[in-house]
Design a protein around this ligand. Sequence first.
Ligand SMILES: Cc1ncc(COP(=O)(O)O)c(C=O)c1O
Length: 397
Amino acid sequence: MGRMTLDELREQLPVTEEVAYFQTGTYGPALAPVVKAVRESMEYEALHGPARPATRAVIMEKEEEARANLAELLNVEPHELGLGSNTTRSMQRVLRNIDWQEGDEFVTTSLEHVSAADASRGLEQERGVTLKVVDGDESDAAFLESLDGAVTERAKLMLISHVASPNGRIMPVRQAVEIAHERGVPALVDAAQSIGQFPVDAQALGCDYLIGSGPKWLLGPMGSGYVWVAPDHTESFRPYFTPDVGSWTKPGAPAEKPTARDRAEFGTYNHPLVIGLGTAARTLMDVGLDVIRDHAAALSKILREEMSDTPGVNVLTPMEPGKAAGVTTLSFDGCSEEDLQALIAWLDAERNILVKFQWLSAPLIPGHAGMRISVAGFNTEEEVHHLITSIREGMKR
Ligand SMILES: Cc1ncc(COP(=O)(O)O)c(C=O)c1O
């Protein structure tokens, strides 16, 4: 495994020749080796017959290697991972796994993605679950104190994002998980915005479940995602109807206990996508997640400092080192939603820069929106300066 530099990583992303891409937190562009792995394995299956044992052997070997790569990235075991199509459905699997009764409580934060807000409201409406939303936009100490007051023995689950989608804040996840566990409440970590931005050790976070997507910071294929189930929960993890012993166990043979992978994955799925996801994980590990984190932190520092020195601009992302990674969200004084949309469209059309119009809450509050900028390992300092100058220029118009 050779080390790959950030410049070499950038070379694997032809889109960087076309546009200054600051939308990785929405969809990261798929790396060239990912596209190649998906295409080649799909072609291989089609050319040699997907049901042929020799074809299957080749594809399954690549697939197991891919699963091992993703597991290595998260510091977990491959069979503890259930692959699927995105973070939202992985979240739903964890929620469906719980026997919710009226009056049960679901604790979450105000900085969750709309997928969590929708699921929470669905639980409230369908099952009479009581929602407790803790303000995530306070200092870590104030947030943890509020969380401590909100988690009771009636809670069936606590959900927290590792990196908050609206403003890129790194949440004090480990301490939040400890608070939940003190009351015997399992914790689900939404790592959609953290995996691929910096090193993440799922076990060290201490959580019970962790979910994420392939196509964001991991630069993997669209339609790929995963749920990690901590070993203690393998037995109880039942998002679908499954038997206690695998159906292909021969009568009289030792029971084959289903793994979390068995319980999460059913029927035919897309082998090439799994291979592409593992290729993405391997490529980022070859670069080094610490290298990616340090680069994005250095560029984000320039961006945040320059923007906070710009009259009329508010940096909504914490400025303290370590409290945010590559995401920076800005708001603009006296700027309507339409003005903001127009500025973002102008950056795209006239300056070849892609940033995101971002609602700051879910459900959305009219007027409560910002510009979200994702600085990834492949972005350059030159691009960041181009962005800063262009935002200032666009604001004058
Ligand atoms: C924190 C967070 N959770 C969940 C999601 C939804 O991810 P997916 O589109 O993979 O379902 C996103 C997407 O931006 C996110 O930022």
